[in-house]
Design a protein around this ligand. Structure first.
Ligand code: PLP
Length: 431
């Protein structure tokens, strides 16, 4: 494995295709086989996969029904732009996602976020947007990273925050285009809108801040956001790239019963095997895409493998009144409880928080109530535990997120139970 890693690293910067590598990817693991919730590396070491390709993989590895649907696509209509499944798949999404009156497909979350912002600008004839500290909306210069800044000082000295020193980014674009404020803080949002709403086209938010530690919105916070948007003529964009389908078929918007103007879907939308994303929203906004009033382009948009993948995924998730997701949640609740119990047993501070489909653990005493609370102390211990879990055979996502899939079973829970204590004990040595 080490030799293989060196061979890859000679050509692939850092040995991985992204910069947000997992703690266990210091020496990247190359897999040779997968089944259900398990994956095997080149040494045939077996792992429980709760990393799930940054949360995308929800149907389970090597899911027979999913794979057969993809094979049908390959055999029939792989290289055309539109196919005979389009209508059915679009209708399926509108059935489950309340804000989805019209939908366009793309490949990544990043691009759909940008398209949503473009639409919001065109619709409102305003330019700026509000975003929140420690939320993540993709790999584009105008939206990635930064630290909180106030209404009084919209471009703070420490604007780059954790990304200070990152070369090649057009950082002034972020400051020109957006206001960055703390999340779960109604007062701050209201103050900003009161003063600047004439400039602001949209608020973009993760409805549960999974990227900031799986922090739930305070009661009434999202409804307040909705109300303020209506009051000030600002569009509400829910980035449901993670929460979509992981918090139920209707995503966070159904869960909280707060309906945004535009929704971005991705990751689990395509089951995990192929990249596909969607921008969904109210008809009167989405209709701006007709007749090229607002441009939306992409060579592979609506590609058939993605469409087939959505069909297979939504069928797997929705069958028998969403039985698969209920089972997934039942086993996940057991995983969460095991983590809590074992941590208590070995004397490590640990909380598990957030929705079952996209929760996270943190090595601290109390649940985080704001993404801004996700401090270095917590993060660094979380990372050590994440790496120790991998050594024991349990893979989790960065920022200690726990991503289950619908093929999770009793044996997986037992596997987890058997290995967690050792990882916690190792972590405790540095605590
Ligand atoms: N939005 C959220 C909430 C995400 O978590 C991510 C990726 O992790 C993105 C957008 C970007 O999606 P993609 O990586 O498909 O571009």
């Amino acid at each position: 494995m080490a030799e293989y890693n060196l061979r890859v690293k000679k050509i692939l910067p850092g040995g991985v295709h992204y910069n947000f590598n997992m703690p266990w990817e210091e020496t990247p693991i190359h897999f040779i086989n997968t089944k259900n919730s398990r994956v095997w590396d080149m040494n045939n070491k077996e792992y429980l996969d709760l990393y799930a390709r940054f949360g995308a993989m929800i149907v389970g590895h090597n899911n027979h029904e999913y794979n057969e649907t993809l094979k049908e696509c390959i055999d029939r209509v792989l290289s055309v732009s539109h196919c005979d499944l389009d209508a059915e798949v679009l209708e399926l999404i509108t059935k489950f996602v309340p804000s989805a009156e019209m939908i366009r497909f793309g490949l990544s979350g990043t691009e759909m976020v940008q398209n949503a912002l473009r639409l919001a600008r065109a619709y409102t004839h305003k330019n700026k947007f509000i975003r929140f500290e420690n939320h993540y909306h993709g790999n584009a210069d105008n939206i990635m990273g930064g630290k909180q800044h106030s209404v009084e000082t919209p471009i703070p000295e420490d604007f780059l925050g954790d990304l200070k020193g990152t070369l090649g980014r057009a950082d002034d674009i972020m400051a020109q285009q957006s206001y960055l404020i703390p999340w779960n803080d109604e007062e701050c949002l209201e103050k900003l809108l009161k003063e600047k709403s004439s400039e602001i086209a949209a608020i973009i938010t993760e409805p549960v801040c999974v990227n900031g530690g799986s922090v739930m919105p305070k009661e009434g916070y999202l409804s307040k956001m909705r109300q303020l948007c209506d009051q000030y003529g600002v569009l509400l964009i829910f980035d449901e790239i993670i929460t979509g389908f992981r918090m139920g078929l209707g995503g966070a918007q159904s869960y909280f019963n707060v309906i945004p103007d535009l929704t971005i879907l991705g990751k689990a939308l395509g089951g995990g095997g192929v990249p596909v994303s969607a921008l969904a929203g109210k008809k009167e906004i989405m209709e701006l895409l007709i007749e090229k009033k607002v441009i939306h382009a992409g060579t592979f948009n609506g590609y058939t493998l993605g469409t087939f993948a959505i069909k297979a995924t939504l069928e797997c998730l929705s069958r028998n009144d969403g039985e698969a997701l209920k089972t997934m949640n039942t086993y996940t609740a057991q995983l969460h409880q095991i983590l809590r119990d074992k941590a208590k047993k070995v004397g490590m501070p640990l909380v598990v928080q957030g929705p079952l489909g996209c929760g996270a653990y943190h090595c601290c005493e109390k649940e985080l109530t704001s993404p801004s609370d996700y401090t270095f102390d917590i993060t660094s211990l979380d990372i050590i535990l994440n790496a120790e879990l991998a050594k024991q055979g349990v893979l989790m996502s960065s920022l200690s997120r726990i991503y289950p899939n619908i093929l999770l079973n009793k044996e997986d829970v037992e596997w987890f139970d058997y290995r967690v204590e050792k990882a916690l004990l190792e972590t405790k040595k540095v605590y």
